[in-house]
Structure formats: structure tokens, C-alpha cells
Design a protein around this ligand. Sequence first.
Ligand SMILES: Cc1cc2nc3c(=O)[nH]c(=O)nc-3n(C[C@H](O)[C@H](O)[C@H](O)COP(=O)(O)OP(=O)(O)OC[C@H]3O[C@@H](n4cnc5c(N)ncnc54)[C@H](O)[C@@H]3O)c2cc1C
Ligand code: SF4
Length: 423
Amino acid sequence: MIGSGAGGATAAKELQGAFDVTVLEAGRAFKPQPLSLAAMEKVKGTGLLFDERLIELIFPSMQIRKTPDMVLVNGLGTGGTTPVCTGNAVRMDQDLRAMGIDLDAEFEAIFQQIPISTGHQRAWRKHTRRLFQIALELGLNPAPMPKMGAYERCKSCGRCIFGCPEGVKWDSRQFLNAAVEKGAALITGCRAEAVEIQDGRATGAWARQGLARRFYPADLVVLAAGGFATPAILDESGIACEPRLFVDPVLTVAAHCPGSYQCREVAMPFVIQMPGHILSPYFDFLSFFFNDEWHYPAKDILGIMIKLAETPAGRVSRRGVEKMLTEADQQQLAAARKTAAELLCRLGAKEEDLFLGTVNAGHPGGSLPLTEREAATLHHARLPPNLYVADATLLPRPLGNPPILTIIAVAMRVSKLCREKLG
Ligand SMILES: Cc1cc2nc3c(=O)[nH]c(=O)nc-3n(C[C@H](O)[C@H](O)[C@H](O)COP(=O)(O)OP(=O)(O)OC[C@H]3O[C@@H](n4cnc5c(N)ncnc54)[C@H](O)[C@@H]3O)c2cc1C
Ligand code: SF4
């Protein structure tokens, strides 16, 4: 197993027992970001935070890449991107269902294994309640966001993307721990580079741990290193992916709103579903720390995130990631900005005082998309019979929505098929 995020931890749990699973994980054990917001604001004041990639110095579990158009974010370490997620739990398998992949049984299992609720709603702040009301009045059908975890205990601290200090949020380390308790081996700090393929079969994976490069033999290799790393590993192994990378770009429209304290509230408390994008209240910490336009104190900024299901055009190879916003994406963002601005202005902000965040994105996938051809096997013909992918790389189209539950469901099905075929 390569990777321990949404897909990898699920597959490790589902496969341990039928196989002796070894999880190769590039990062270390996840630790929440330790600095308080006040301390981070002080560091910001020194002017030292001039490039988003610097976040890795204080928070190694967050990895940042940059393209000319956007900042790309993913988690690195046990649990992958799930410990830095905002807990959103939405079933988004309509594209898979349309191509004949029925994941009802997997979602039923997920809903039994992961607590999901909107229990955070009781702790919403005044401005969030007001925004929700305004969205209702505008006929935008806002809905409280379902979240993974024990959200009735949510302390409304706002640190969701830094790792929940209260243990409220569910993340895939719970599945990883279950796999380890059943006997799976976990090797951290171990970066897989390539899958060795001989006579049409995968024989194991090459990985680097510190200066040492080692071969890990395996009867079955499951790649779940996430939407950026899995295609790069495949490329290094001589298997090309497709230039269909999506990332669900995020743009936050923000207002100066004294005393709103959105920075100390659960992230993305409610969601407005629009064609091709969602809107959700969001304090964009990346923009706050690294974008000069965000010069007000954190407590006085109120933001609304636009998350786009963009054109799936982008490429990952062993040389890196290419990703741009197309003209159509820019147009869609511009239209969504108007709705976000209207919400903020009805709350009292002045249109001319609104400011924008840096475009950033953290839902990479789609480089080896499933089609009707793979509906029964979830296995592409270009892969050796004992090499599977079990992460967002398989998703056929951008969701513009939280993907974790859907990735878990796909990883459960991949694991079932591996057990039946190879276990
Ligand atoms: C800030 C943020 C908030 C988000 N909030 C939500 C949310 O609320 N709800 C939601 O549904 N989605 C959310 N997402 C998206 C979601 O977290 C990801 O889409 C999901 O975790 C992807 O699952 P995955 O298994 O494809 O990859 P990941 O979860 O990223 O897992 C990949 C794993 O592979 C490891 N790895 C990488 N390279 C290698 C290598 N070479 N060798 C070995 N291991 C490697 C990584 O360390 C990681 O453990 C958020 C994303 C971000 C960035
Ligand atoms: S707001 Fe704080 S307590 Fe609530 S889920 Fe987020 S990090 Fe955890």
C-alpha cells in the first residue's frame, strides 16, 4: 500500500487479513500545527511569510506546490490530506453511478463506520447565522454542512485545517490504526518512487527512506499516494496517465467585518450548491498569512469560498504538476464572485471594500479516470493485473465538492475486488 490518506488507509484496513499489508507513507505521523493564531499573526507582521511554501517549515504535514495560476495544497503524513480537511462529508458518486458503478453498499458501510452530523450548527457565530438567513432569503437553498466526527463536541476554535486539537474531526488515521491493530506494518518517512514491473506483473515498489533506496517486494501493489503523487509514481514506472488533472480551485471573496471572528469558527459551516461550484463561509488562512491584501486583523475578516468544478485540464508527471485555469473557469469564477459579493454586501459590507484570496486548491484527482470500461473491475487495462489505484486519481470528473467519502467508497470497492481476485 502506498499512502495512508482517504484511499490508502481505507484500502489498508479492508485488505489487512486477506493480505499482509505494508503501508509505505512518505510523511511522518501527523501532528497539528502548534502555533496559536496570535503567534502566527506576529510572524506575519515580520514580513517573513512571503511564500506559501514556507508553511511547511512550521507545519510539515501540509505540502504546497505552486503553478502560475494557483497554490496547490495536500497533506503529507499519516492520514494524508484528511487530518487537514474541514470535515465535510458529502456523497458525490453521481458520475460513477452514471457509468454503472453502484456504490450503495460501500456508502452504507461508511455511514455505519464514520459518525456524520451537523452538530456544529449550535456553535455558529452571529455572522454565520445571518449569512445563512440572507442566503435563504435569496433563494440559494443553503444547507448546514454534514461533517465527519463528533461535532457536538466542536469547540468552534477554527483550527480545522491545522489539525483538530480537540479530536472532534474524523480522519483516515482511524482506518489506518484499525489496519495496524489487525497486523498491518506502517513505514513512515518512506517515499515510494516507482513500481517495479516484470513480465507484465508488479513485483513490488522502490522507495526512498532518507538516503537509502530500497525495494519492497509485493504480490499486490495498491497506489494511493493522492492525485499529485500517484500519477507521478505511475509515470516513473512507465505507465502514462491522462492530462485530465482536476483540483477544485478555491477563491475566497472577503470583507472587512469587525468582530466577526470567523477565524474562530468551524470551517465551512454551511454550503450553497450551485451549478458547477459551491459557496461556503470560509476563513482562508493561506490568504490571510501570505496575501498582502489580507491586512486586517484575522478577527475582523469574513470570507465566502467559491469552490469550482473546473475544466479537468492539467498534467502530472515525474517532473511535476501543470495546472491552469481555462477561460471558461475564469468566467465561472467571475459569475460566482457576484453571488458571494451580494451575500457579503447584504450583510453590510461595501462592494468597493471587498478583497480576494489567492486561488488555491486541495482536491487533486482525475489523472487515471474510471470509465464505463472499468465499471466492473475498477482496474485499467494499462495497469498490470496486480497493480491497483485506490485514490482520487480514479475519479472521472471534478466534483467541485468534498470528495473524501466518495474516495473512501471507491477504495472499499477496489479492496473488495482485490480480495476476490487476488486474496
Ligand atoms: C485544506 C483542505 C481541506 C479539505 N477539506 C475537505 C473536506 O472537508 N472534505 C472532503 O471531502 N475533502 C476535503 N479535502 C480534500 C481531501 O482531503 C482529499 O481530496 C482527500 O484526502 C484525497 O484522498 P487521497 O487518498 O486521494 O489522497 P491523500 O488523502 O492526500 O493521501 C495521499 C497519501 O499518500 C502519501 N504520499 C504522497 N506521496 C507519496 C509517496 N511518493 N510515497 C508514499 N506515500 C506518499 C501522503 O502522505 C498521503 O498519506 C480538503 C483538502 C484540503 C487541502
Ligand atoms: S472548529 Fe476546532 S474543535 Fe471544531 S472541528 Fe474545527 S478544529 Fe476541531
